[in-house]
Structures are given as structure tokens and as C-alpha cells.
Design a protein. Structure first.
Length: 513
């Protein structure tokens, strides 16, 4: 039975079948159709083999297969959240991830981002990228030319996809080629295919490989014509403990060629050698971000150590998203913020994905990304900034303001507007409360409030005047005299006259100004 998971602007089609102690979530390749797949005997046999030893989930990416076609093809950052949306809807807290072909980079990025939800990673015919790193300009042009030809022929009698990706099946069964050409039409439109291929050409998540904690098994056929085996070997060479299973043959599709050989290895890896760790009873932890007075992230009440972030850029990205209060921040703005001296947008996109992966890992999600922008998901993450804006009444506003917004980022232009708005609201509320406290005969409360006001803004003349009045009412004469001297010093810098100490003692001690 096909079910649909809501995933921010689209419905994602998925199926769950099989039984076993372990759960496998299959990350889709370039394009597929989970319903039509069952028609093909070789695919059916592979899926039934999976169902014999595990609970198996496969799904179609947005814009492909049975998932909504009206939405734009998602970039890799958005696809990571789509995986999570499908797992959440299916009630799967953690699973072994099985990424084939173009789904490999997404699988690795998800594993680096949500380590608590990944038992292991198995790649088939894939890697951190699906194209070799060392491509010359001519080689890249040649690839693009072949891809353009493949797109033009996609789903037509002239399509050579089946012969290139499953040569053993195509040679043995001519009916398979005709079936696959029909399958292509149900997997993706040519417009979507163009976007998917272009994204695949530029995606490379190699930088997140050191962050992956889960065991990794890479399965690759030695003569794979679609994704060179060097891509899989590079993952194994980079990640300590990662294993490689190389199988002879030219087939790129997992269901073609010698299926039992690699599936035996897959089953042993998943059912006998996986390191299972306990996870919490709920899918997401409680995450709260502190920005007033300091910056901190609290996960289930425990503060995340600075070392967990790995870089200052990841922290800055998180701060910028908090300041936007759930509104999208364009990728171009984030490029300029994090790498102000660089202009290669394609390279910056890959770097931003790495930093975004760190933020998502720390927050347990909490970020919504598409091809143009990124924003904080305020349904998953709470912030003291939002709590401050929701506060009603002067007492609540003052209580919700422990200090300046991101005090370590005073020179960041993007933080200035938010800092000023928050400070102004606090100051107005604190002044009203200070005046009320003096009128009610509570000078100590007024001293406390005006002290905070002067600390926040040393040039707040009204706060200085109220502070001296409160100290005089509290009979704290020496403290009042020192407060007057501080007031004079601050106003002198602004060339603003201040009443003399004698004038103040004669007036402020008797009334509130």
C-alpha cells in the first residue's frame, strides 16, 4: 500500500513492507516509481528478498514517481529533511539507510546530520559524489552532452538508459528495455530530469564524511559505467572502519546482475554486525536556543558544548537564522556572511551544506531549506527571542530580557535591527515599572530596574535620572552621588547638561521626574 507523507509543500509517496528486527530505509536514486517497480520481476525479487529479513521502506523523491510532481525538484539540503519527514510519518525513529546511485550523497548527509536516527549506512554504486573529482573542463562538457542526449531520449524508444545501467538484463531480455522506457515516463518528466542531473553533477558531500558515526558498507560493481568505483573507494578511504564489498560486473542498477552475492553481504551487515544504540522514546529532543545575554543551545535542558559545533561558521549560521525569526534567509546572503571574500557560488553551495548539516545535527533538525533560502523551523525549535516577543505586560517583558541580543556579535549588521528592537521594548517596559515602583514607595525595586537600564544603555538619560531618584528615596546617599557622577560622565560625551548634585538632592528626593 502506498502512503503519503506531508513534507512542506509536497506529498512524498512511500511504502513499508517486510518483517524483522531491523528497519531499512532506502534513499531513492535519480528517479524511480515505487508502484511500477513491482511490475518488473527482477525488482520484485530484490524487494521480496529485503522483506524476508527486515522492515523495508522505500519512497519517491518530490517531483518524481508517485510523489507530487508539481513541486520544484529539491536541492540536497531539502531532500535531507524529506527523508526525515517520511521516517517520521512512518513512525520510524532509527534505521539502516540504503542509498543507491544519486541517493548516496543524500544518505551520507542525513547520517552526518541525524546520527541518532541512523543505525548504519549502506551505499550501492554511489559515494559522496557520483562523478569523479578530477574532471577536466572537456570531460565535464562531454558528460553534459551525453546527459542532454539522454534527457532528449528519456522515455522514448530511443532511450539507452536500460542498456547503459543494466546491460546484463538488457542483453538477456529485450522486453526489459521496452518496459524500462515506459518506466522512465512514470519516474520523472524531462524537465525534472534536467534539474536532477544538474544537481547530481555538482553535489559533493565529502566534507561531512568525518562527521559520520554510523558503520558504513560500500557495495560497488567493478565495471559500473554510471558511477565509477573510485567514488565508493574514496568513501572507504576517508571514513575509518568503513567496509567495501566489490562485485564483478558492469551493472549499475542493484537488481541487475548477481543480486544474491551483494544481498548476502547486505543481510550479514544489517542483521549481524550493526552497532545498535538506544535512542530516546520520542523522535525529536526538546531544543531551545538562547540569544539574550549570551548564545547557547539547550538540548533536553543540557547545554551543547562549543566544541560540538566544529566551526564558528556553523554557530554564525544558527545565530543568523534565529535573528530572522522563522523568515527565510537567502543563500546568497549566507554566502556573503560566512565567506565574504569568495564568489564561486557552486563551491559555496557545497560549503553551506556542510555548515547546515552541523546546525541540523546540533538542533536535531529545526531547519527548513530549499534551493533559494534557509530558515529556522520554529515548530521544532524554541528560542528565547520568540519568548520575548510573545511576552505580554511590562513585568513579563522585563523578566524575558536577561541581557543584550547576541552580545558577542555587536559588530554584525544583521543583528543590529533585532538588538535595537528588543532593547527598546525592554527599556520602555523597565522605565514604566521603575516609575511605578517609586510612586508605590518601592525604591529598591526601582534601583534594580534602573541599574539594568543603565547597563543596557549607558547614555539613557531618563534611566540615569530615575536611578539617582531611586537611590535618594532609598537613602543610599553615597551610591546616589556615584550614580550622579556616572550620569555626568556619560552626558558629557554627548554634550548634554546635567543638573548639579545639590539641585538633584533638592528635587529628586521629593518627587519623581
Amino acid at each position: 500500500m502506498t502512503r503519503f507523507a506531508p513534507a512542506r509543500g509536497a506529498r512524498l509517496a512511500y511504502q513499508v513492507f517486510g518483517a524483522g528486527d531491523q528497519t531499512v530505509v532506502a534513499i531513492p536514486p535519480l528517479a524511480q516509481n515505487i508502484e511500477l517497480s513491482w511490475e518488473q520481476p527482477d525488482i520484485r525479487r530484490m524487494l521480496e528478498r529485503f522483506g524476508s529479513f527486515c522492515r523495508y521502506l522505500h519512497f519517491d523523491k518530490r517531483g518524481t514517481g508517485c510523489s507530487d510532481r508539481r513541486s520544484q525538484v529539491a536541492d540536497i539540503d531539502e531532500r535531507v529533511d524529506d527523508v526525515r519527514a517520511v521516517m517520521d510519518h512512518a513512525g520510524i525513529e532509527h534505521a539502516h539507510l540504503f542509498g543507491s546511485s544519486e541517493g548516496g550523497p543524500m544518505t551520507l548527509l542525513f547520517a552526518a546530520t541525524y546520527p541518532d536516527r541512523v543505525d548504519s549506512v549502506i551505499l550501492f554504486g554511489s559515494g559522496a559524489s557520483t562523478f569523479p573529482h578530477e574532471l577536466s573542463g572537456d570531460e565535464l562538457d562531454d558528460i553534459r552532452q551525453r546527459q542532454r542526449l539522454a534527457i532528449e531520449r528519456w522515455g522514448t524508444p530511443g532511450s539507452t538508459v536500460a542498456a547503459r545501467f543494466a546491460p546484463s538484463l538488457a542483453a538477456a531480455d529485450p522486453s526489459f528495455v521496452a518496459w524500462h522506457q515506459r518506466y522512465e515516463r512514470f519516474a520523472a518528466s524531462t524537465d525534472s530530469l534536467q534539474d536532477l542531473i544538474e544537481l547530481a553533477l555538482r553535489v559533493d558531500v565529502s566534507d561531512v564524511l568525518p562527521n559520520i558515526e554510523a558503520p558504513i558498507l560500500v557495495i560497488h560493481r567493478t565495471e559500473d559505467l554510471a558511477v565509477p568505483i573510485a567514488c565508493g573507494r574514496r568513501v572507504v578511504a576517508t571514513v575509518p572502519g568503513a567496509r567495501m564489498f566489490e562485485q564483478e560486473g558492469p551493472d549499475h542498477y542493484a537488481y541487475a546482475g548477481n543480486v544474491d552475492g551483494w544481498m548476502d553481504e547486505f543481510e550479514r551487515f544489517v542483521t549481524g554486525e550493526v552497532r545498535s544504540e538506544p535512542v530516546s522514546g520520542r523522535l525529536r529532543p526538546s531544543v531551545h536556543i538562547v540569544t539574550l545575554g549570551r548564545f547557547a543551545v539547550l538540548v533536553d535542558g543540557a547545554e551543547v558544548p562549543t566544541s560540538t559545533w566544529g566551526s564558528r561558521r556553523a554557530r554564525q549560521l544558527c545565530k543568523r537564522l534565529v535573528a530572522a525569526r522563522g523568515w527565510p534567509v537567502t543563500r546568497d546572503e549566507l554566502f556573503h556572511l560566512l565567506w565574504p571574500d569568495e564568489t564561486d557560488r557552486q563551491r559555496l553551495g557545497a560549503r553551506l551544506s556542510v555548515q547546515l548539516s552541523t546546525v541540523r545535527r546540533v538542533l536535531g533538525g529545526g531547519v527548513i531549506a530549499d534551493r533559494e533560502s534557509i530558515r529556522l523551523d520554529l515548530e521544532e525549535v524554541s528560542t528565547d527571542l520568540e519568548g520575548f516577543h510573545r511576552a505580554q505586560g511590562d513585568e513579563a517583558v522585563v523578566a524575558a530580557y536577561p541581557g543584550e541580543f547576541l552580545p558577542d556579535d555587536v559588530y554584525e549588521d544583521w543583528a543590529t535591527t533585532t538588538r535595537t528592537e528588543v532593547r527598546t521594548r525592554f527599556a520602555l517596559a523597565a522605565r514604566r515599572l521603575a516609575v511605578s515602583a517609586l510612586q508605590a514607595g518601592e525604591p529598591d525595586r526601582a534601583v534594580e530596574l534602573t541599574g539594568r537600564l543603565v547597563e543596557v544603555d549607558p547614555y539613557d538619560e531618563t534611566a540615569h535620572r530615575l536611578r539617582v531618584a531611586a537611590l535618594l528615596r532609598a537613602a543610599a546617599i553615597p551610591e546616589a552621588e556615584r550614580a550622579h557622577a556616572t550620569w555626568c560622565q556619560a552626558m558629557c560625551e554627548l554634550d548634554v547638561p546635567v543638573p548639579t548634585w545639590e539641585e538633584l538632592r533638592a528635587t529628586l528626593g521629593r518627587k519623581v521626574v
